[in-house]
Every structure is written in structure tokens, then in C-alpha cells.
Design a binder for this molecule. Structure first.
Ligand SMILES: Cc1ncc(COP(=O)(O)O)c(C=O)c1O
Length: 277
């Protein structure tokens, strides 16, 4: 049996790669055009605070992929403005006070531009080299400043959810190995793991629970600890929760303390919590 897959038509007008001098000139011009749209977006004084999804139904038909349509960069950017920028919340607007999002600092914007153009694959040294070197040195710098000791290490992640996943995975596997001599990474699940418990404040980000589920431990493995009037975890409530879970036969393996909660920016008392075992 043979499957006849038609070769897709690739529009060339906006689909050129940065291979040669001509396309690199086009890249520079295109970035200039994009900047013009961005300036208009950033200079817009009107404060737009979003709209219910139902109001944007008409836009859906504009977002349909059409492999047979060739667009110039001007057309593509004009469309992007109409379907995206015109409805994008402006975090840099002086009247923006809602969530934790902030305007992006200039070096980050420029760095992003360079990173996306170089498009380095950082998964192996031979594809990455200098980017991995930078990552290693940045991790060394951060761990030194946090005084985590010479054995501390890490990797860049995509954000908080992935960082929490990695931290919980390592806490769980370390605990299992240190206390039961079990290598979960190689051997998989053991009876004790179903009694492992993670503690965090009732203001912690939902990714703690989500990650417990991803790790196969389930939401039930996360014990919510009450916070005080300043939205900080109560250390004495943590002590009670630890006692209560131990009395039930469960095994506390990790406490997640937050330095800047999502909704309030509050800091859990990190030092006091670190003294509780
Ligand atoms: C305290 C905290 N942890 C984790 C996350 C999840 O981060 P991300 O959305 O980058 O995965 C957030 C996001 O708001 C957060 O505020």
C-alpha cells in the first residue's frame, strides 16, 4: 500500500530563511516593519482591559490557516495587528494594575530577538556550545548568590510550572533514595510513594498540585497549609499539618515555600519554615 501525500505548497513571500545577504536584508527590514506596529501598539493611549471570548468569535475566521495564500510581510503584519495586537492587553500601560505581568525590560527584548534568530538547540553540547556555557555560568552565579554550596546545580526551564515539577521530582526521588534506598527513576513506583506528602500554603500556585498529579502522586499528596492575614504560610500551622499527616502514617517529603505568591506577592517566612522538619 502506498500513501500519496501531496507536497505542501510553501508560500515564499514571508517564508524565506536567513540564508543569504538578500534574505538577511529582508529580515532587517521586516523587523523594522514589526517595530513600527509595536510602537503604535505601545503608544496607544486607550486602555483596553480585555473582552469576553464570545465578543471575538468573528476573529476566528481570520485565523484559519490557508496554505494556498501567499502574503507579503506587510500583509502578514497588518493581519497580526488586527487579530492580535489590537486585542492584546498592554502590560506597560500606566493604568495596568491587575495580574503580576509586567512590561518587559529592553535587554530582555533584544536578547529574545537574538535568541530567536540564532535558534540554538540547547539540548546537547555539540549543537549549543556557547549557549550552554552561558547557562552553566548563570546557574553557577545564581547558586553562589543564594549560597547553595558548591554541589548546587540546575538548568534553565521554561517557567514556574516546569521549575516546580523538576524541584518536586528531585525532592521525591532524593527522599526515596535517602530513606528507603529506592531508585525511583530506574525501578519505578513503591508502596511508600503513595504515602509521600508535599506541603505548601493555601496561596501557593496551582502548579504544585498539577505537578503532583504529573508525578503520579495525585492532588491528594499536596497538603494545603493555612496562611495569615498577610497571605504568608503560618509556620505553626505547618507544624500541625506535619504532625497530623505523620499520625495518619503519611510521609512528609517536601515543603514548598513561596517567595512572591501569584496573587498577592507575599513571601512565606522562608527561614522559619526551613527550620521546621
Ligand atoms: C508562584 C508561581 N509559581 C509558578 C507559576 C507558574 O509559572 P509558569 O506559568 O511560568 O509555568 C506562577 C505563575 O504565575 C507563579 O506565580
Amino acid at each position: 500500500m502506498s500513501i500519496d501525500i501531496p507536497t505542501p505548497e510553501i508560500p515564499t513571500a514571508v517564508g524565506q530563511h536567513c540564508y543569504d545577504g538578500e534574505s538577511q536584508d529582508q529580515y532587517q527590514q521586516s523587523i523594522g516593519l514589526a517595530m513600527e506596529h509595536l510602537r503604535t501598539y505601545m503608544q496607544e493611549d486607550r486602555f483596553y482591559s480585555g473582552t469576553p471570548a464570545a465578543d471575538l468569535q468573528a476573529l476566528r475566521s481570520r485565523i484559519q490557516p490557508n496554505p494556498h495564500r501567499t502574503m507579503s510581510m506587510e500583509e502578514a503584519l497588518a493581519e497580526l495587528k488586527e487579530v492580535y495586537l489590537d486585542y492584546a492587553i498592554r502590560f506597560h500601560h500606566p493604568r495596568y494594575v491587575a495580574h503580576l505581568n509586567c512590561p518587559v525590560v529592553l535587554p530582555a527584548l533584544v536578547g529574545d530577538l537574538i535568541a530567536s534568530a540564532a535558534n540554538t538547540a540547547i539540548e546537547t553540547w555539540d549543537q549549543s556550545t556557547s549557549a550552554t556555557l552561558i547557562e552553566q555560568e548563570m546557574i553557577r552565579w545564581i547558586t553562589q548568590h543564594l549560597q547553595l554550596g558548591f554541589r548546587a546545580d540546575g538548568v534553565f526551564t521554561s517557567g514556574g510550572t516546569q521549575s516546580n515539577l523538576m524541584a518536586l521530582l528531585m525532592a521525591r526521588d532524593h527522599y526515596a533514595y535517602a530513606h528507603y534506598g529506592v531508585n525511583l527513576k530506574e525501578g519505578g513506583w513503591t508502596e511508600e510513594v503513595s504515602r509521600f506528602r508535599i506541603f505548601c500554603s493555601d496561596k501557593a500556585h496551582f502548579s504544585v498540585k498539577k505537578n503532583a498529579a504529573l508525578l503520579g502522586m495525585g492532588y491528594q499528596a499536596v497538603i494545603s497549609v493555612p496562611s495569615d492575614s498577610q497571605m504568608r504560610m503560618r509556620p505553626e500551622s505547618l507544624e500541625h499539618a506535619l504532625e497530623r499527616e505523620r499520625a495518619k502514617g503519611n510521609i512528609p517529603i517536601a515543603v514548598v515555600a513561596t517567595a512572591g505568591t501569584t496573587d498577592y506577592g507575599s513571601f512565606d517566612p522562608l527561614e522559619r519554615i526551613s527550620e521546621i522538619t
